[in-house]
Design a protein around this ligand. Structure first.
Ligand code: MG
Length: 273
């Protein structure tokens, strides 16, 4: 009888072991490297989409921008005053596209998916953006939308801006990236020729002149050097989902696998030993 019971208990543990092993390997199989990679964006997307802090930071940026613009307009300038704004994650919210891939855990956000999203022209405005743009327009300030979206998307980009009610949306005011263009310098210089640029707005340091640095250290040093410009001439918005800050993690290396990226990300975390 005792022997029978021991056998029964042993069989139970064997079955449990096999079942557990099968379950965990099934989990590993369903969780591909791409899934794991996409899942790393979930917290960034959630913060951007749900946190009151993200919303407050947009209001804060545009409130400061309005105050600085109104102060600057008390002076007289030889050239017409202008403000320069980036579009994505500065004026419009593309986080639903990012979240789509984090949520399903499959596929990847590539140029094709990005173009499909742009073609829909349905991105919503970010908090405070429209109030600021309307105030600038009302005060007679020229608004320039300088974005690194491809100039092939000009028509749909303009449609999206018009859909949200942004002012001064004309071909002369929406300056997108030409093929082969590396940064926004040419377009910024073009505006500066005829205008006094009062403020720049962006979610990426490359939305501001002199920030085209690929490494973490160089970017950080430049930010320290330019500290007095932030909140005065340069208004920065938060974007934890993507940006040149992420490219800097990989030290300018392109074509890394998702696995390599995850490894680098973890190696750069400064943990308490
Ligand atoms: Mg942007």
């Amino acid at each position: 009888m005792r022997r029978k019971l021991s056998c029964l208990i042993l069989s139970f543990f064997c079955v449990s072991f096999i079942f557990n092993t099968q379950c965990s390997s099934a989990e590993d199989v369903s969780m591909t490297q791409k899934d794991k990679f996409n899942e790393q964006n979930i917290m960034a997307d959630l913060w951007f989409q749900t946190s009151g802090e993200a919303k407050a930071l947009y209001y804060q940026g545009y409130n400061i921008g309005t105050e600085k613009m109104n102060q600057a307009l008390k002076k007289k300038y030889k050239k017409k005053p202008a403000v320069v704004l980036d579009i994505d994650e500065t004026i419009v919210n593309n986080s639903p596209l990012d979240a789509k891939f984090s949520k399903v855990g499959q596929g990847s956000l590539n140029e094709k998916e990005w173009r499909k999203w742009i073609a829909k022209a349905k991105a919503k405005p970010l908090p405070g953006a429209l109030d600021f743009l309307k105030e600038a327009d009302r005060r007679g300030v020229d608004i320039y939308y300088i974005s690194d979206r491809s100039d092939k998307t000009l028509e749909r980009t303009m449609l999206n801006l018009k859909n949200i009610g942004a002012p001064q949306v004309t071909k002369n005011h929406v300056l997108l990236k030409r093929d082969g263009e590396k940064n926004k310098n040419r377009r910024r210089k073009l505006v500066a020729k005829t205008h006094r640029i009062l403020l720049y707005f962006g979610d990426n340091l490359s939305d501001f002149e002199g920030f085209e640095y690929p490494t973490i250290k160089k970017r950080a040093n430049k930010v320290d050097k330019m500290r007095l410009d932030f909140g005065n001439k340069l208004i920065v918005f938060p974007n934890p989902m993507y940006g040149n800050w992420e490219k800097a993690l990989y030290n300018g290396k392109n074509n890394l696998s998702n696995e390599e990226k995850i490894k680098i990300r973890k190696s750069l975390l400064q943990g308490d030993d």
